[in-house]
Design a protein around this ligand. Sequence first.
Ligand SMILES: Cc1cc2nc3c(=O)[nH]c(=O)nc-3n(C[C@H](O)[C@H](O)[C@H](O)COP(=O)(O)OP(=O)(O)OC[C@H]3O[C@@H](n4cnc5c(N)ncnc54)[C@H](O)[C@@H]3O)c2cc1C
Ligand code: SF4
Length: 378
Amino acid sequence: MFHENDFFLTSRSLFAEWAKGQKSYLMENFYRKQRARLGVLMNGSKPEGGEWNFDKDNRLPPPKNYTWPKYLEHDRDEIDLTVAKELNYQPKKYWATTRSGALKQLDNFLKNHFANFGPYEDAVTSENWALHHSLLSPYLNNGLLHASEVISAAMKRYAKGDIPIASAEAFVRQIIGWREYVNGMYWYLGEKYRENNQLQADVNLPELFRDPSKTQMNCMKSTVEDIQERSWVHHIPRLMILSNFALIAGINPQQFLDWMREVFIDATEWVMVPNVIGMGVHADGGTMMTKPYAAGGAYISRMTTYCKGCHFDPKKRIGEDACPFTTLYWDFLDRNRESFARNHRIAQQVRGLDRLTDLDELRIRADEILNKLENGKL
Ligand SMILES: Cc1cc2nc3c(=O)[nH]c(=O)nc-3n(C[C@H](O)[C@H](O)[C@H](O)COP(=O)(O)OP(=O)(O)OC[C@H]3O[C@@H](n4cnc5c(N)ncnc54)[C@H](O)[C@@H]3O)c2cc1C
Ligand code: SF4
């Protein structure tokens, strides 16, 4: 039995009303409606700053010689220590377990991170695991914080005048846009949506997802190690490293989803299912996202610091040291050439295959990579 509650700003019926009127369920369209409906960052009927979306300003690679703010640590109380002891677990200080700890995290974000949230939102650096992300998802999802109070506090902080609009808008988009959209889509699409596997991906989840020592891919190894340490990485490692790899290697979506559900601190069914099945691995055939988020090593090399210390070369697609992401990216387009040729948003990437003079060798290297993956030696 479902009870109306204030965990979200949009009721299921209001979302369904919006969704029923859409040809494709574009988050951006939903988000603009939310901004106007909730009156967040609006000047009358116009968006604050003259634009709805400042994404173009927010795609910077990791900065060099940058001083990151100190991490906020959460001291453990008696209950934490007792529970940790019962579980035979060495307690860490990354996450709060109380309402006052969650409020401290919100305050820390607004003071030390909000102003620079936007520009480095998509960057990943081995120098700092949190960057300027808010680390609020566990508390929003378990009810220690409510979306409405997070937005009110952010808007109060923005009103002081020293938060750039690109950062304010980016954060607002996550909270009243993405979070509400994903929840709305989960309930709108129904129970069977979880079982989608429209690309017929059937590779078993490789061991490296549980044992990072099984791979020499620095990006995958570091990401899995980070998750084992604190049960969290931000949206780019989730999307462009983990999910991208699952997508282009053809890993079974349900096995990958079950693993993601298990290992993240903020994981619940409503949020993982659309993010993985729809956004991450395109297993729904494009119901949620019009094109798959597939990328080779060049993207990871630009947006992260991982490639410098890697055994593989992100520029190479064939040969012993060819980056598995780069090889599998092309192989993925090749394997799905026919179905993607009809999708104008990815057709240009697919046409890129015609320019490759080494496609036969690439197919052989892709087979080799998939075999190594299965045998736990990549
Ligand atoms: C494949 C994949 C799986 C994900 N699984 C989860 C999950 O299980 N639980 C979860 O809360 N988020 C999930 N996300 C969304 C996002 O990665 C996390 O919300 C974010 O990394 C949490 O860190 P943060 O609080 O510092 O976020 P910030 O970057 O500071 O963003 C602020 C808030 O926006 C909300 N938000 C942003 N993007 C999303 C999104 N796509 N879906 C839902 N909420 C969003 C979150 O509440 C987050 O706390 C997933 C994203 C991807 C691509
Ligand atoms: S070279 Fe490839 S495998 Fe290595 S870190 Fe870069 S993207 Fe990952």
